[in-house]
Design a protein around this ligand. Structure first.
Ligand code: NAP
Length: 327
C-alpha cells in the first residue's frame, strides 16, 4: 500500500488524444514519469514532437511517443490503432481527451446595469445565435463527442487484449475528458456548442460504460474545472498566470484560481493506477461544487450520493445558483 506501488504505472500502455498540448500533455508526462508507455495523438505532428522534446528527462521504462491522428477520421484512427497494435499488441488505457472550445457566446453574457446599450434585446440574442453556422456548431460535436466515441471504438480490440494480457492488475479503461461546462448552465461557460457537447460526453461515458461492462473495459469521465492550455489562452490571453492565488473571481472558480499541473497529474495517476482500479462510470469533477452544490457540507451530502463499487454521482434535482447536476 505504499505510494510508489499504489500509483505506479510501469508497464501501462496508454493512448491520449490531444496529448501534444495542455491537459493531455500534462497527463502524458505524469503517466510516463511513473513508468507508462504513452502514445500522444493529435493532428499537428510538430506540436507532438515539441511535446516529446519537453519530456526528454523522463527515464525508461517511461516513454512518450508521438503519432499523428485526427479523431474525426476513421482511417486515421484505424491507422493509429494498427501502428500501436503492431508495436505493443495491446493497450491498457485510452484517454479520449481531444477537444475544441467552439464558437463563443460571450456576447450574450448579461450586461452591467450602466451599459449604455441597455439590456440585451431578444433580437440581438437571435442575431448572435443565428450568425454561427450550423457547420461550425456541429464541428464541436464532431470532435468532442463523435471523435471521443470513435477513439474508444478504434481501440476496443487492443483494450480487450490488455485485459487478456493482464500485465497490470487494473482492467482496461477508457477515460473521456468532459468539462464542468457539461454540468452547469452558468453563462460563464459562454459557449452553447461546447457545454452541450460536454453534456453529451457525460451521457456517452455512462452509455459506453454500460455497453462494455461485459468485457470489463471500464469507462470513466474526467470533468476538469479551469486549467491553463491553448484553449484557455484563447479566452484569457497568454500573459496572466491564472494559477496564482486570487487570479480568478470566486463566482468563476471556487478556489479563485485555475488548476495546476500537479492537480491534474494526481487525478490521472489515481484513475490510471491500481489506486483507481475500482472506478467505473465515475466522474471525477474538479471545482464543480460551487456551480452545482449548496455550500454547506451537510446540505451537499444530501445531493451527493456516492455508491462504491460502481461509483457515480447522483442528483436529486440539485438546482442551485441556476445550475443542476443530472447524472
Ligand atoms: N483547459 C481547461 O480549462 C479545460 C476545462 C475543462 C475541459 N477541458 C477539456 O480538456 C481537453 C483538452 O483541452 P486543453 O484545455 O488541454 O486544450 P488544448 O491544449 O487546446 O488541447 C486540445 C487538444 O486536442 C487536439 N485536437 C483537437 N482536435 C483534434 C482532432 N480532430 N483530432 C485529434 N486531436 C485533436 C489538439 O491538437 P491538434 O490541434 O494538433 O489536433 C490539442 O492537442 C478538451 O477536451 C477540453 O474540452 C479543458
Amino acid at each position: 500500500m505504499d505510494r510508489e506501488t499504489l500509483f505506479d504505472c510501469t508497464g501501462l500502455v496508454v493512448v491520449i488524444t490531444g496529448g501534444g498540448t495542455g491537459l493531455g500533455l500534462c497527463m502524458a508526462r505524469s503517466l510516463a514519469i511513473n513508468g507508462a508507455t504513452v502514445y500522444i495523438l493529435g493532428r499537428r505532428l510538430s506540436k507532438l514532437e515539441e511535446a516529446v522534446g519537453s519530456c526528454s528527462s523522463i527515464q525508461p521504462p517511461g516513454e512518450v511517443i508521438p503519432l499523428e491522428c485526427d479523431v474525426t477520421s476513421k482511417p486515421s484512427l484505424e491507422a493509429a490503432a494498427s501502428k500501436i497494435g503492431e508495436k505493443t499488441g495491446f493497450v491498457n488505457l485510452v484517454i479520449a481527451n481531444a477537444g475544441v472550445p467552439g464558437p463563443s457566446n460571450r456576447a450574450l453574457l448579461p450586461r452591467p446595469a450602466d451599459d449604455p446599450r441597455g439590456p440585451l434585446a431578444i433580437q440581438e440574442v437571435q442575431q448572435h445565435l443565428w450568425e454561427t453556422s450550423i457547420d461550425d456548431f456541429t464541428e464541436v460535436f464532431k470532435i468532442n463527442v463523435t471523435g471521443a466515441l470513435y477513439t474508444a471504438v478504434a481501440f476496443l480490440d487492443l483494450l480487450d487484449k490488455g485485459n487478456v494480457r493482464r500485465n497490470v492488475k487494473q482492467s482496461s479503461q477508457v477515460i473521456i475528458t468532459s468539462s464542468i461546462g457539461g454540468f452547469h448552465r452558468s453563462w460563464t461557460q459562454a459557449s452553447l456548442a461546447y457545454t452541450t457537447s460536454k453534456a453529451a460526453v457525460n451521457h456517452l461515458v455512462k452509455s459506453l460504460a454500460s455497453f462494455l461492462v461485459q468485457w470489463k473495459i471500464r469507462v470513466n469521465g474526467l470533468a476538469p474545472g479551469l486549467f491553463t492550455s491553448e484553449m484557455m489562452q484563447a479566452v484569457f490571453g497568454k500573459d496572466r498566470d491564472l494559477t496564482a492565488e486570487g487570479a480568478l473571481p470566486v463566482e468563476m472558480q471556487p478556489l479563485r484560481r485555475a488548476g495546476r499541473d500537479e492537480e491534474m497529474a494526481g487525478t490521472i495517476l489515481y484513475l490510471a493506477s491500481q489506486a483507481g482500479a475500482y472506478c467505473s462510470a465515475l466522474y471525477d469533477t474538479k471545482s464543480l461544487e460551487w456551480a452545482t452544490l449548496p455550500p454547506h457540507p451537510s446540505a451537499a451530502r444530501r445531493f451527493l450520493k456516492v455508491r462504491l463499487g460502481h461509483m457515480c454521482i447522483c442528483n436529486r434535482d440539485s438546482r442551485v445558483s441556476g445550475c443542476s447536476v443530472s447524472l
